[in-house]
Write a protein that binds this ligand. Structure first.
Ligand code: URA
Length: 226
């Protein structure tokens, strides 16, 4: 396969296949300056998938998403839900570090989209939590993070998108950190909205539906929202 021709989103068989392609990808010039590509990591069956902007210095060194200061804040915010990073899936819009942490260019975002799209298809999260402006704009090009953060948006295939400020913004501004804290505790509501919308869809199609059992745990205390 030529470097420019990534398989279509529907052609990837596994997250590992995506990760190994990403690690040697040369579809854009970010590959020339990266140390390690950062495909993403976490639960293979996540209710929530977090999408950040792109790897920073620490992520580029370690090949893992959100392992620097922004990552520490992300873990602190997840604990409010409460969740751990291994309960969710974490990735980025671009999988290689933009030099000097600049914004990824539209061409770079476009070159990396087949990987993110394939990850979404394979993981089928109930909720995509976008972290920051670039991530939200990848899914909703006209949306403004300042208007939409902490609100429930419907994307395709019944997936709910829940926009959040980027944790790095929370490190710079107390106001945005407080907004992040308030929004993170609302994440279960986004998962409930996703369960409700899939329940509506399956009732319309006449299927059996057990999402309400999932919601209240049914008789099994081990089953929870996440
Ligand atoms: N910021 C991001 O957007 N992604 C990371 O992985 C780390 C910092």
């Amino acid at each position: 396969m030529a470097p420019g021709d990534a398989p279509k989103a529907s052609e990837w068989g596994s997250l590992d296949a995506i990760a190994s392609y990403v690690r040697s990808c040369t579809r854009c010039t970010l590959s020339e300056s990266r140390t390690l590509a950062v495909p993403g990591e976490g639960s293979q069956f996540p209710s929530i998938m977090f999408i950040g902007e792109g790897p920073g210095f620490n992520e580029d060194q370690q090949g893992r998403p959100f392992v620097g200061r922004a990552g520490a804040l992300l873990e602190e915010l997840l604990a409010l839900v409460p969740l751990r990073r291994e309960d969710v899936y974490i990735t980025n819009v671009v999988k290689c570090r933009p030099p000097e942490n600049r914004d990824p260019s539209p061409d770079e975002v476009k070159a990396c989209w087949p990987f993110l799209e394939a990850q979404i298809r394979l993981l089928q999260p109930r909720v995509i939590a976008t972290l920051g402006r670039h991530s939200l704009m990848r899914l909703f090009p006209d949306a403004r993070i300042s208007d939409r953060h902490g609100t429930i948006m419907k994307w395709r295939d019944g997936i709910i998108v829940f926009p959040l400020y980027h944790p790095a913004a929370g490190l710079r501004s107390t106001r945005l950190k407080e907004a992040l804290q308030e929004d993170f505790v609302k994440l279960p509501q986004a998962v409930i909205a996703a369960l409700d919308s899939s329940r509506g869809a399956s009732q319309t199609s006449g299927e059996n539906d057990d999402s309400l059992d999932e919601l209240d745990g049914g008789d099994d205390p081990q089953i929870s929202l996440f």
